[in-house]
Structure formats: structure tokens, C-alpha cells
Design a protein around this ligand. Structure first.
Ligand SMILES: [Zn+2]
Length: 164
């Protein structure tokens, strides 16, 4: 599916890249807390971070990403699995407060599983809205995305403060 975007957006801001996989944007984000505003990271801890998706399916689409560079779900250790599963519950609360009528949660694993960045797994948290399938999507296989990315980030961040 093609997507049309307005307004256009910045690339992820990458400055700090010590002891990380330099080719991996998620590792760069994980290692540079000082750029969280630019990268639209709204939560981080020792195991994972929450970041807005740069190519959202819907406004409010964010990802929960382990700090560790791993490409296979089965390589998550027990602590990571448990922590991410638990904290995803908070992700759901955030999206519902944001106005989601439904939610798609999912890991796209591997290039052929649809992962945009297959080397570093990430859990998509996609809000769904009652009328989010419009004529453009249905007829032209294209989504028109007109929400303001910064405003959406600010709103999600504000809501997340109630839980995180
Ligand atoms: Zn990585």
C-alpha cells in the first residue's frame, strides 16, 4: 500500500553511536537519550523504549523496541519477553486514551515477515479508528495522512505520563 504524507517529516536524529550497531537506526535511538524529543521517543527504561513510528499506519502508531540489537523474537531473554508483554498493556491504555476504537499489536519478523528494519525487532502498536478505512484506501490503495506528527507525538507523550 502506498501512503501520502503531509506534512513531511524529519529523519530520525542520529548523533551518538558508540558501542552500537552503527547501521541500525533503532540502536542509534536506543543509545541517544539526548535526542529523544527529535526522535519522538516518549519512554525508555533499561530494557526497551517507546517511539513514534515514522511511517505510521494511523496517527498514534508507535513501537515498543528492545534496547538490545536482536533480529529474532526467540532471542529475547525471559526478562525482556516479560517486561515487553507487561509494558505493552500500558501501550494499549495510552492508545485507548488517545481515542483508539481498536488496536493492532504485532511483531513483523524478518524481511519476509514485513519488517522495515529486520535486524532489530520491534512491536507495533497501531490504533484503529471506526472510520479509518476511507475511500482512498479502498479504491486507490493509498492512505492520505494529514495529522500533524508533532502534535500527535505531544498528545501521546502527555497521555503516557499518566501511566509511565
Ligand atoms: Zn539495532
Amino acid at each position: 500500500m502506498d501512503r501520502l504524507y503531509a506534512p513531511w517529516r524529519r529523519e530520525y536524529h542520529i548523533k551518538n553511536n558508540k558501542k552500537i550497531n552503527e547501521k541500525c537506526v533503532f540502536c542509534a535511538i536506543a543509545a541517544s537519550a539526548e535526542n529523544d524529543e527529535d526522535n519522538q521517543v516518549f519512554y525508555r527504561d533499561k530494557i526497551c523504549f517507546f517511539v513514534m513510528n515514522r511511517f505510521p499506519y494511523n496517527p498514534g502508531h508507535f513501537m515498543i523496541i528492545p534496547n538490545r540489537h536482536i533480529g529474532k523474537y526467540e532471542d529475547l531473554n525471559e526478562k525482556e519477553v516479560t517486561h515487553i508483554a507487561k509494558i505493552a498493556k500500558i501501550g494499549c491504555k495510552i492508545l485507548k486514551d488517545f481515542g483508539a476504537d481498536g488496536i493492532n499489536m504485532g511483531w513483523n519478523l524478518g524481511f519476509d515477515g514485513g519488517a522495515g528494519i529486520p535486524g532489530h525487532i520491534h512491536l507495533h502498536m497501531v490504533p484503529r479508528f471506526k472510520r479509518d478505512t476511507n475511500m482512498m484506501t479502498t479504491l486507490f490503495d493509498t492512505r492520505v495522512y494529514s495529522a500533524d506528527f508533532d502534535k500527535v507525538f505531544e498528545e501521546i507523550k502527555k497521555i503516557s505520563k499518566n501511566y509511565l
